[in-house]
Ligand binder design. Structure first.
Ligand code: ATP
Length: 422
């Protein structure tokens, strides 16, 4: 049986991963988790999300098929006990996949991917559940069924790329109070090879612990169970109530769609090639904005204030630089997660020099005149641009990284090298 769960939490507490962690424990009396529980991040631009748009799937090998109804009863009663129904934005959903067919796998593979890259409607999930006879419980407006079925779909069809996260949970009486984690031990844990985003070196911050009042103490991300467990063994902290190692689509770039600017829609995430067509400017709040052009379409790109030092790099871009941008589009602006500078414009067109000063333009297409001696010239001159940046891949720091964004440490050296060879 595959159990999919979503939308049980609120901004003031709880977390669907915690419900999954409790269920993993309770389900031991009926069977074992097959492989790993899945922690799936869905479209990061969904307006209904509480925090990171997570959904969970538990693939369970039941000891006896006669226990099916008891398992469903246990799952639904635990969800009903723990979900924050009072929050108007909490609309829990749980699905139970028991039998499968090739058609169901095809449909779910597509649906799950769309839940990560696209915006779905509640009627689409209800239609799919009915068509394939999948048992479910949908509460309130039933929106949680979208995430629940998407996560279950990945458990059924597999993840094309995956990483691991070990999540440690707090004792219940500590929820809502400041977390105690020994800082030095977190910096030591961050040294374990194959883990990332425990700390942010550039900004000298620990980033693996949330600040919200939810049950999570911290999460360690990495490429395998061994590395995240090793890092976990090093962290000194308040007592951990339980911990779970999840397989996840985090840090895989699964949300990104390769596209042309003319195909871009709000609330989706993209990889786009273009040339810088308007130079970066810093606006109120410290956000840095520039524009790219591919063929005939333009798009505004932004390195927002939380991306800190990444903005220094972005400020160095010049018109004509060839770039590939990675990020989510909201209100016609791409929020940069990464950028690959493919080639730098090393020349610029400038007003000619005369008498030690730049000549004045006499208007569009009218040429230039020296203000001192009156000499005129028809054409501008092409001069070499001094650049302080190099072609290559650049990313936002861990403190500003989105769950789905693939960090450069996960790129193969060949992919990084090819970007520098441009
Ligand atoms: P947390 O990370 O703390 O678990 P959350 O950020 O996951 O919270 P939810 O409370 O689960 O947020 O709310 C997200 C809601 O959006 C869920 O009901 C989910 O089913 C729905 N949803 C997720 N992805 C999509 C999508 N692509 N299209 C439409 N609805 C979606």
């Amino acid at each position: 049986m595959i159990i999919g769960l979503d939308d049980t939490d609120s901004k003031n507490g709880m977390c669907t991963t915690y419900l999954a962690a409790v269920l993993i424990e309770k389900l031991k009396m009926y069977g074992t988790i097959k492989g790993y529980p899945l922690l799936i991040r869905l479209n990061p631009n969904i307006k209904y999300k509480t925090r990171g748009n997570a959904a969970l799937a538990l693939p369970v090998e039941l000891n006896s098929s006669e226990d099916t109804e008891k398992v469903k009863q246990l799952v639904t009663s635990t969800l009903e006990e723990m979900a924050v129904f009072s929050d108007e934005n909490t609309n829990p959903g749980v699905v139970f996949i028991e039998k499968t067919s090739q058609q169901m796998q095809n449909d779910l593979a597509l649906f799950s991917m769309r839940a990560v890259q696209d915006v779905l409607e509640i009627h689409e999930v209800l239609e799919l559940l009915t068509r394939h006879g999948i048992d479910y419980r949908g509460y309130k407006n039933k929106r949680g069924l979208i995430g629940a079925l998407a996560a279950a779909g990945f458990a059924l069809c597999g993840l094309p790329d995956s990483t691991f996260e070990l999540i440690a949970y707090r004792e219940k009486e500590k929820w809502g109070t400041p977390r105690w984690i020994d800082e030095d031990s977190a910096w030591s844990a961050a040294m374990i090879p194959g883990t990332w985003d425990t700390v942010d070196h550039e900004n000298e911050r620990i980033v693996f612990a949330p600040h919200s009042p939810d049950p999570i103490l911290f999460g360690i991300r990495g490429r395998g169970e061994d590395s995240v467990r090793h890092a976990f063994s090093i962290v000194k902290c308040e007592s951990v109530e339980r911990h779970v190692v999840y397989k996840t689509n985090q840090n895989t770039d699964m949300h990104l769609i390769r596209a042309k600017i003319s195909d871009v829609q709000d609330d989706r995430s993209y990889i786009l090639d273009g040339n810088v067509s308007k130079e970066p400017k810093t606006i109120e709040g410290g956000h840095v904005i520039f524009e790219i052009l591919d063929g005939c379409a333009v798009l505004e790109c932004a390195a927002f204030e939380p991306t800190k030092g990444f903005r220094h790099l972005i400020r160095q871009l010049r018109t004509g630089d060839e770039v590939t941008v990675y990020g989510s589009v909201k209100e016609h602006t791409l929020n940069l997660e990464k950028i690959r500078i493919n080639s730098l414009n090393l020349h610029e067109s400038r007003n000619p020099l005369c008498c030690g000063k730049r000549m004045k333009s006499m208007g569009r297409g009218q040429g230039y005149r020296c203000e001192k001696c009156g000499a005129t010239k028809k054409e501008p001159v092409t001069e070499c641009l001094q650049r302080n940046i190099s072609p290559g891949f650049y990313e936002v720091p861990p403190s500003a990284r989105r769950h789905l964004a693939k960090p450069l440490v996960r790129f193969h050296t060949t992919e990084l090298a090819s970007s520098c060879a441009h």
